[in-house]
Design a protein around this ligand. Sequence first.
Ligand SMILES: C[S@@+](CC[C@H](N)C(=O)[O-])C[C@H]1O[C@@H](n2cnc3c(N)ncnc32)[C@H](O)[C@@H]1O
Length: 279
Amino acid sequence: MRIAKSRNIEHWQAGLARWDAEVLLAHVLGVDAEDDEVLRDSAVSPSQQRRFDAMVQRRLTGEPVNYITGHFRFAGLDLVVRPGVFSPRASSELAVDLAVARLRRRRGRRIAVDVATGNGAIALAIGAAVTAAEVWGIDISAEAARLGRLNARRLDLDNVHFATGDMLAGLPAALRGAVQVLTIHPPYVARDEVRTLPVEIRRFEPRHTLTDGSDDGLGLVRRLADDAPGWLRPGGHVLVEIAPYLARETATALRRGGLRDVRSHRDSLGVTRVVIGQL
Ligand SMILES: C[S@@+](CC[C@H](N)C(=O)[O-])C[C@H]1O[C@@H](n2cnc3c(N)ncnc32)[C@H](O)[C@@H]1O
């Protein structure tokens, strides 16, 4: 299969090339990629075959499948994805689950903020799971905030709002001291490491979505750790989605910012993905 042989694609797990092809074919046919039977039994017209071939051709250059189809299923939500805005990863669903569990612990007004929100995946999934919560997504990119709003409209989630801003600066001042949960999946690749990323990431995802330009990739994490206590309500949480090799330094940053009970959480593969601290 041509996708499996492309050097522009990171083949880090067996079966990924086949999955890519199935997602592209399902998109062309307008069916669910996870429904093997429907996919196998569907007839493919000549024009559908041409569209599929053109999409495979794009994939061979390394272009991510989500940008080609314009969609990604995240936490059960169909999200619109666009080049120029970071494409969400399934691994962020862990941060959503941990945030939702903490948000549900409270009665009364529940406010969650997702900093560096991209197309809004984490904010929207939290808002869909806790419809009584007021959720804000903030991104430095106006294009990302616009895409977040589009996704909220499509999903009918009027409890999820988006703003443009540098970290927490874009939030309404009235939320100071009232936020229950603050999430962030920051651009954590160290400045000099960007060039070592796979082609499909480095060539297709904007640089500001991958690195904050710092030496170690933790520039935004340190800023959030310092600023979060001013926005959290007592007992509120900060959840940082991070690479496993940065977990220890992230925990140190949260403690230095004044947060307590700092803990790391592992994903289903046993790898640390989220570090949480509490005010
Ligand atoms: C790794 S992406 C994560 C996007 C989204 N949270 C997700 O998981 O799909 C990092 C995001 O941080 C945003 N960003 C970079 N610098 C920022 C800043 N100073 N303030 C707010 N957002 C920033 C980028 O535009 C990008 O959308």
